[in-house]
Design a protein around this ligand. Structure first.
Ligand SMILES: N[C@@H](CCC(=O)N[C@@H](CS)C(=O)NCC(=O)O)C(=O)O
Length: 200
């Protein structure tokens, strides 16, 4: 059975497209367009009318982080999903943390810079978002001190999920000067062949 991933590459679907490449499993990419998300057909896949969504046989799942944690747990034979309960919990921790602490401010800036006409931009919201980022990035920088990846020496779904969120810092040219460990880790993750292949 082939896993189906719904959503264009230039969206959060990229996260799922990255992990299927890392896992080396067969998959079908359904690049449903934004205009079709609220159509009856797609609402049967994801009743939220959002992307990404994943279908694995009869099983349907939405929420990008849940999709990736599921795929890693089910198909991860190469250490992408760690063995110990504690390490698995750390994968949940960094995935949820990325969604709650980092994603919104980065997205606010990204949308303002690239998807909002100049007369509709909200500099105050951007300033608030910029002010929100140093605190979590300082935490992340500390967590990455003297280690290549979040859990230690090897790349896991924790890195993939969090790096997929932090990748939005690149187009907005976020200044990682004060966070050199984050900058090096992010580049390490985004240099992976599976990431590059998924972006094509
Ligand atoms: N928390 C969700 C967010 C899903 C989401 O908002 N996706 C965007 C595209 S990146 C979307 O579907 N937007 C269309 C809409 O909200 O109508 C996840 O991570 O999967």
């Amino acid at each position: 059975m082939t896993v189906k991933i719904y959503g264009p590459t230039a969206t959060r679907a990229m996260r799922a497209l990255w992990i299927v490449r890392e896992l080396g499993i067969p998959y079908e990419h359904v690049p449903i367009e934004m205009k079709d998300l609220k159509g009856a057909e797609y609402l049967k896949v994801n009743p939220n009318g959002k992307i990404p969504a994943m279908v694995d046989g009869e099983f349907k799942l939405f929420e990008s982080m849940a999709i990736n944690l599921y795929l890693a747990a089910k198909y991860g034979k190469n250490g992408l999903f760690p063995v110990s309960l504690e390490d698995q919990a750390l994968c949940y921790q960094w995935s949820f943390w990325g969604m709650t602490e980092v994603e919104k401010p980065l997205l606010t800036i990204l949308i303002d810079q690239f998807m909002t006409p100049p007369d509709k931009r909200k500099p105050e919201a951007v300033t608030e978002a910029q002010n929100a980022l140093p605190k979590p990035f300082a935490v992340l920088d500390g967590a990455l001190k003297n280690r290549e990846y979040l859990l230690g020496d090897s790349f896991t779904v924790a890195d993939l999920n969090l790096a997929s969120i932090c990748s939005w810092a690149k187009p907005i040219k976020f200044d990682f000067g004060p966070f050199p460990n984050v900058a090096a880790w992010l580049q390490r993750c985004l240099d992976r062949p599976a990431y590059k292949a998924a972006r094509k």
